[in-house]
Write a new protein. Structure first.
Lengths: 442, 651
C-alpha cells in the first residue's frame, strides 16, 4: 500500500479550505484538487493494485415528501420527471425510482411520536426503544460484511447541524440497540480524519499510547459486574477502530497545517458539497466502502434561507402551518416541494461527484450503489406506507435502471435486495424483510 | 399446584364456563394482558404517568411473565366482588364509566369479554386465595447496577481545565450529547462510538502536546535530571495519575505507564515526550473517562465517593483536599460525608456545579436556539435569549444560596432582570443589571412558570403553545410522563379565518372534544391556558392577537390582518387536589404546595445525581430526602446534603 503514493501529494487543509484550484483561479466550492487522488499514471488511488470494490451509500433526508410533487404519475420507462426528481434528470438511466414500499415497524405500538417510530423502523426495521433505534441500521449490517479491510468500517456524514432533537432524530446509523453512531458534521474534521497527514513516528507512538489504554480497559474489566462489560467492550471496539484508522494512513503523508476553520456552520448547501466531495474522495482512495449521509434531520427544524424560506422551519412546512395561521396549506406544500427538490439536488451533486472520478475503465459512481430515503411518504400525514426511494449507481449491471416502479414490499425488502443481490454483501436477513424485490434485478 | 387450585376454585363458580380454558395466571398473561398492551394502558398507568394517581400501575415493558401474573391478580382491587359486571376493571377501559383515557377497549367486543371473564374469575377469590396463587416475586435485575459513568462533555471540559490548566473546552467539538430522562448525564445514553473514541484520541493528543509546550505547572512535578531520570518519572506517573484517575494508581498501572514513558523518552532522548505520551494515554484511559459508581475494590470506594460528590457539587474532578479526605477515611461514615458535603457547598465551585444542573433542567439549550418571527418580535435576539437564561440561572441561584424556600421556584413574585428583560416584562429596571425586581401587585408573574426562558421554549415562532407549556409543567415540574400522540392522528389545528377568528384556547378545544385527543390533552392544555397572557417571547399580552389573511396567498392581493380577542386565563391541573386556578399566580401557588411538585424537585436532583431514573429500590432514599427537604422549609442545600449523605453512606 505504502508505495502507491509515489509523490507526497497530500492535500493540505489550507488549500482545501481556500477554495482555489491548482492553477489558482477561484472556484465556488473548496475541494481537494483531484490530481492528488490519482497515481502518477492517472488511475484512481490504489486502483492499480486492488480489484475494484463496490460501495454503499444510505442517504437520508428529514421529514417526508409531498407525494404529488415527488412521485411520478406513470410507472415504467416512460415516466415523466416530477418537480422534485428533476435535478436527477441526467441520471435517469442510472437509477430506479421505487414507490409503494411499506415501513411496518413504524406502526408497532410503543413509545415515541410518529417521527421517532418511523426513523427507527426505516433505518433498522425495529421498533423505537424510547431512546433510540432497536438494532443495527442497514448500513451497519452491510458494513459488518464489507468493512473488514477498510481503514474505516463505515463513515457517518451529516450536514444540517441543529441542536434540537433527540438521538433518534439526529442519528441515522446505529451500531446496535440504543447505540447511535453520530455523524461527522464538520467538513474540516472529516477532512482531518480522512486526509490528515501523519508521520510514521506518530503512528508508532499512537500505537504505544493505545496499547496502554487497551491494557487499562482489560484491567478495569476485572473489577466490574457484567452489566458494565458491554460498555467496556464497546470502548475496546472503538479503540480498535481508532487503531485501524491510524494503521491505514499512507506512510509518506506530510504533516498538515493547523486547523484554519472559519466556516459558517449554518451554510448547509456549502457544507453538503464539501461533505460530498470528501465522501467521494474517501471512496476513491479506498478508505471505506460504506457511508450514511444525513442531509437534514429526522423531524428536522432547519430553515432554508437559500431557498428563500425563513419564516418557518422544515417540520412546520410539512404541516402547512407556517407562517402561523396561514390559511393556505398549499403554501406549505409548495415550500416542501422546493425543499425536497433541494434534497434531490444535493443527492445529484454527490452522484455527479462520484461520476467525475474515473476508476479503472469506469467511474466511482459505476461501482457504487446509493439508496435515498425519507422518514415518511406524505409528510403531513406522517404516512409510513407507500414510501418512495431512489436506488442509483452502477454497482451491479443486472440492476434494473431507467424506470419508476410501484412495488409491493417493505423498505427492508429493498435493503435486503440491495445488500445481497446488488452488492453481494450476503447479510441474508434484516428485520421486517421477508423477501427480495423481484423488480429491482433483471 | 396452585394453578390447579385456581382452576378448582373456578370450578366452584363455573358460571363463566371456564371448563374449556382454565382462567389462571398464565391465562391472563397469554390472553388478556396482550389486549391491555395493545390498548396502551401502560402509557398512562405507570408510576410517573399521568394516570399514576389512580394507583393502577402496570408492569414495565421488560416485566417477566411471573410479574405480569402478579399484576393480573392484583387487578382484583378494581373488581366488584358482589357484582362483577359493575367492576371498574370492565367499565373504565370501555369508557362505560367515564375514563380519562377514553375508550381503550371497544364495548361489546371480544376483548371486553376477556375482561369480563377475568373480573368474574377474580371476584370469587378471597384475599388469602389471591395470596396463595401469587407466584414468588422473581429476582429482577435492579436498574442502577451499572457502575460505569462516562464523563459528560461539560465534566470533561472542566476536568481537563483543572487537571492541566487547559481552558480550551475541547468537548465542544465532540458529537453532541442526548437528553435522556431530562439530562445529558444519564448512564443509558452514554455509548462510546468509534467517532467519540476518535474525538477523545484527538483531544488527548492536542491537550497533552499543549500542556507540555506550555510547561503547565500541573505537569511540573519534579525536575528531571535527564531523559532517563527514573525517580522523577515514577513520581510524575504516580502523582499525575492519581489526579487523572481520581485515585492512586495500582501497581500494574504504574508499571504500564512507566513502560510507555520509558519507551517514548528513550526514543527521543527527551524526558518531556515521555510526559506527553503518558498524559495522552491517561486522557483516553477508561480510568479517566469513566468513573465508578461502585466497585468491588474496597480501596477504591472512598475515591469513587469523592469523585461522585465532586462531579455532583462541582461538575469537575476532586481537588487534592478531597482526594486526601478519601485517603484518610474522612468519607467513610455518614457524619464525614455530610461534613464534606457542606464544605463543598460552601466552595465557589458549587455555583458552577449548580449551573450545569439548572441549564439542563430548564433546557437553556432550547432557549438559545429559539427562532422567532423577526417581523413580530424584532427585539428577540440571541443576546436577549441569553439574558432570559441568565434570569432563570440567577433566580435559582438566589433560591439556593440565599436559603430561600425553593418552592418559590414556581410562585415567586420577584425575579432578577437586566434592562432588556425589564423592558420586555414592562416593569421598572433594577439599578444594577440582574438586580432583584419585585413585581408590582397585579403582575401575573409566578416564578419560572412565567420566566421568558420557559415561555419562549414552549412557543412556536409566532404563537404560543398551551400544549407545550402544559407539557413543560407535567414533565419538568411534576415529573410526569405524558404519552406522545398515537400514530397517524392529524395534529393540525383548525385554521384561523377572517370570518371565524379564534384564540389558541378555542382552536385547541378541538383537542378536548375529539375523544382520541382529549384523553391526554385535557391533562395538558388547561395548564397552558393559564399562561396565555404571555406571548411567544414571554411579554405580557392583554389581548390575544389572531393573525388572519384574506385573498390568495402569493397572489399579491393577500391582505394580512390582526384581530384582537379577549383571553381567558383560568385552567386546571387535572390529577392534583383542588386543581382549578383562575390565573398564573394561583397556578404557581397550587404547584408550590403540591406534593407532586415537591417530590419532583427531589426526583430531578436524584436523576441528575445518580445518572438514571429512580427505581423502587431508591424509594427510601427519595422519601428520606423529601422529608429532609420539607423539614428544612424547602432549602435546596438541605435536599442535596440529605441526598448524598443517605445515598453514599456505607451500608
Amino acid at each position: 500500500m505504502s508505495n502507491v503514493w509515489t509523490k507526497p501529494t497530500a492535500i493540505s487543509r489550507r488549500r482545501f479550505l481556500s477554495g482555489t484550484t491548482l492553477a489558482g483561479s477561484a472556484v465556488h466550492i473548496g475541494l481537494p484538487p483531484l490530481a492528488a487522488m490519482f497515481t502518477a499514471n492517472g488511475t484512481a488511488w490504489a486502483a492499480a493494485q486492488a480489484p475494484v470494490e463496490t460501495r454503499f451509500v444510505l442517504w437520508f433526508n428529514g421529514n417526508g415528501i409531498v407525494e404529488k410533487y415527488w412521485i411520478p404519475t406513470e410507472t415504467g420507462k416512460g415516466y415523466q420527471m416530477t418537480p422534485c426528481l428533476d435535478p436527477l434528470a441526467s441520471f435517469r438511466q442510472d437509477m430506479h425510482v421505487i414507490t409503494g414500499l411499506d415501513n411496518p415497524a413504524a406502526r408497532m405500538v410503543g413509545p415515541g411520536n410518529d417521527h421517532h417510530r418511523s426513523m427507527s423502523a426505516l433505518m433498522t426495521g425495529t421498533q423505537f426503544t424510547g431512546r433510540g433505534a432497536g438494532g443495527p441500521s442497514i448500513d451497519q449490517a452491510i458494513a459488518q460484511k464489507f468493512g473488514g479491510s477498510s481503514r474505516f468500517r463505515s463513515l457517518q456524514i451529516g450536514v444540517s447541524q441543529e441542536s434540537f432533537g433527540e438521538s433518534i432524530q439526529r442519528n441515522m446509523s446505529w451500531a446496535a440497540y440504543d447505540r447511535p453512531l453520530p455523524p461527522e458534521m464538520l467538513p474540516h474534521k472529516l477532512f482531518d480524519r480522512l486526509f490528515g497527514a501523519r508521520e510514521q513516528a506518530w503512528v508508532k507512538r499512537k500505537h504505544s499510547v493505545l496499547d496502554a489504554v487497551r491494557e487499562d480497559l482489560a484491567g478495569l474489566r476485572k473489577d466490574l459486574g457484567k452489566e458494565d462489560l458491554g460498555k467496556v467492550d464497546e470502548h475496546l471496539a472503538s479503540i480498535r477502530d481508532v487503531e485501524r484508522a491510524i494503521e491505514g494512513l499512507p506512510a509518506n503523508y506530510r504533516k498538515v497545517d493547523a486547523p484554519d476553520y472559519d466556516g459558517d456552520m449554518k451554510d448547509w448547501p456549502r457544507i453538503a458539497r464539501l461533505q460530498s466531495d470528501l465522501l467521494a474522495h474517501a471512496f476513491a482512495s479506498r478508505q471505506t466502502r460504506v457511508a450514511s449521509y444525513m442531509l437534514t434531520k429526522c423531524q428536522g427544524l432547519s430553515r432554508f434561507p437559500w431557498l428563500g424560506y425563513t419564516h418557518g422551519r422544515h417540520h412546520d412546512y410539512t404541516h402547512g402551518d407556517a407562517p402561523a395561521n396561514n390559511p393556505a396549506k398549499l403554501a406549505g406544500q409548495r415550500t416542501m416541494r422546493d425543499i425536497c427538490r433541494w434534497h434531490v439536488e444535493e443527492f445529484a451533486y454527490l452522484c455527479n461527484k462520484l461520476r467525475s472520478i474515473p476508476e479503472g475503465e469506469k467511474t466511482v459512481f459505476d461501482n457504487t450503489c446509493l439508496v435515498f430515503v425519507h422518514e415518511h411518504a406524505e409528510a403531513n400525514d406522517h404516512k409510513n406506507n407507500g414510501m418512495a426511494a431512489i436506488v442509483a449507481g452502477g454497482a451491479n449491471a443486472r440492476m434494473v435502471r431507467g424506470v419508476h416502479s410501484k412495488m409491493t414490499g417493505t423498505v427492508a425488502d429493498l435493503y435486503l435486495t440491495v445488500a445481497d443481490d446488488v452488492l453481494g454483501a450476503g447479510i441474508e436477513a434484516f428485520p421486517t424483510a421477508s423477501r427480495k424485490l423481484s423488480g429491482l434485478m433483471g | 399446584m396452585l394453578y390447579m387450585r385456581f382452576a378448582i376454585l373456578l370450578l366452584g363458580c363455573c358460571a363463566v364456563g371456564a371448563w374449556a380454558q382454565p382462567l389462571n395466571g398464565p391465562w391472563f398473561v397469554k390472553n388478556l394482558y396482550p389486549v391491555l398492551e395493545v390498548a396502551n394502558c401502560r402509557t398512562c398507568h405507570v408510576a410517573d404517568g399521568v394516570a399514576g394517581p389512580t394507583n393502577l400501575v402496570f408492569p414495565d415493558a421488560e416485566a417477566s411473565d411471573a410479574e405480569v401474573e402478579i399484576f393480573g391478580l392484583q387487578l382484583q382491587r378494581w373488581v366488584n366482588a358482589k357484582a362483577p359486571k359493575q367492576s371498574l376493571l370492565i367499565n373504565k377501559p370501555t369508557n362505560r364509566l367515564k375514563h380519562s383515557g377514553g375508550m381503550r377497549i371497544a364495548q361489546n367486543s371480544g376483548d371486553e369479554k376477556l375482561l369480563q371473564q377475568w373480573a368474574d374469575a377474580l371476584s370469587v377469590l378471597s384475599p388469602q386465595e389471591i395470596l396463595l396463587l401469587t407466584p414468588p416475586v422473581p429476582k429482577r435485575k435492579v436498574s442502577g447496577t451499572e457502575a460505569l459513568r462516562r464523563l459528560t462533555h461539560s465534566e470533561y471540559n472542566n476536568t481537563v481545565r483543572d487537571l492541566l490548566g487547559d481552558a480550551s473546552n475541547p468537548a465542544a467539538q465532540f458529537p453532541p450529547e442526548d437528553f435522556i430522562n431530562g439530562f445529558k448525564n444519564q448512564i443509558q445514553g452514554q455509548s462510546l462510538s468509534p467517532l467519540l473514541a476518535e474525538n477523545y484520541a484527538a483531544a488527548a493528543e492536542k491537550l497533552a502536546a499543549a500542556a507540555v509546550r506550555r510547561q503547565a505547572k500541573e505537569l511540573n512535578i519534579c525536575k528531571a535530571a535527564g531523559a532517563a531520570d527514573v525517580a522523577c518519572r515514577e513520581k510524575f506517573i504516580a502523582q499525575f495519575g492519581r489526579r487523572a484517575f481520581r485515585r492512586p494508581l495500582e501497581q500494574d498501572q504504574q508499571l504500564r505507564y512507566s513502560k510507555l514513558f520509558a519507551a517514548e523518552s528513550k526514543r527521543t532522548n527527551n524526558f518531556s515526550t515521555g510526559v506527553e505520551a503518558v498524559v495522552e494515554a491517561m486522557l483516553q484511559s477508561p480510568n479517566f473517562l469513566f468513573r465508578l459508581e461502585r466497585t468491588n475494590n474496597a480501596k477504591w470506594r472512598p475515591y469513587a465517593r469523592a469523585a461522585k460528590l465532586s462531579y455532583f457539587f462541582w461538575n469537575t474532578m476532586p481537588d487534592d483536599a478531597l482526594l486526601a479526605a478519601a485517603a484518610t477515611g474522612a468519607l467513610n461514615d455518614e457524619a464525614g460525608i455530610a461534613k464534606t458535603a457542606r464544605q463543598m457547598l460552601a466552595d465557589p465551585r458549587a455555583h458552577a456545579g449548580l449551573d450545569d444542573f439548572v441549564a439542563q433542567w430548564f433546557r437553556f439549550d432550547r432557549v438559545e436556539n429559539q427562532l422567532k418571527d423577526r417581523r413580530l418580535f424584532p427585539t428577540f435576539t440571541r443576546e436577549l435569549a441569553l439574558a432570559m437564561n441568565e434570569e432563570t440561572r440567577r433566580f435559582v441561584h438566589a433560591l439556593v444560596w440565599e436559603d430561600r424556600n425553593f418552592m418559590d421556584l414556581v410562585s415567586a413574585d420577584y425575579s432578577y432582570l437586566n434592562a432588556d428583560l425589564a423592558a420586555l416584562y414592562k416593569v421598572p429596571a433594577p439599578e444594577e443589571s440582574y438586580g432583584r425586581v419585585q413585581f408590582p401587585a397585579g403582575t401575573m408573574r409566578a416564578g419560572v412558570l412565567t420566566h421568558a426562558s420557559v415561555l419562549v421554549q414552549t412557543s412556536k415562532p409566532v404563537e404560543t403553545s398551551p400544549t407545550a407549556r402544559g407539557l413543560f409543567v407535567r414533565e419538568q415540574l411534576l415529573c410526569q410522563h405524558v404519552p406522545q400522540p398515537p400514530p397517524g392522528v392529524n395534529t393540525n389545528l383548525p385554521e384561523v379565518k377572517q370570518e371565524r377568528p379564534m384564540t389558541n384556547k378555542q382552536r385547541l378545544s378541538e383537542h378536548l372534544t375529539n375523544e382520541s385527543c382529549a384523553s391526554c390533552h385535557k391533562l395538558i392544555d388547561p395548564i397552558g391556558f393559564g399562561l396565555e397572557q404571555f406571548d411567544a417571547v414571554g411579554a405580557f399580552q392583554a389581548k390575544f392577537i389572531a393573525h388572519v389573511s384574506e385573498g390568495k396567498p402569493g397572489s399579491g392581493k393577500e391582505i394580512k390582518r390582526d384581530i384582537e380577542l379577549p383571553i381567558e386565563i383560568n385552567g386546571q391541573v387535572a390529577g392534583l387536589r383542588n386543581s382549578e386556578f383562575d390565573n398564573p399566580k394561583q397556578l404557581g401557588k397550587l404547584l408550590a404546595e403540591s406534593a407532586a411538585c415537591r417530590s419532583c424537585v427531589v426526583k430531578k436532583v436524584f436523576r441528575y445525581y445518580a445518572g438514571r431514573m429512580e427505581s423502587s429500590a431508591d424509594q427510601s432514599v427519595i422519601d428520606h430526602t423529601l422529608d429532609a427537604f420539607a423539614r428544612s422549609q424547602f432549602k435546596f442545600k438541605e435536599l442535596m446534603i440529605a441526598l448524598v449523605t443517605r445515598s453514599e453512606s456505607p451500608k
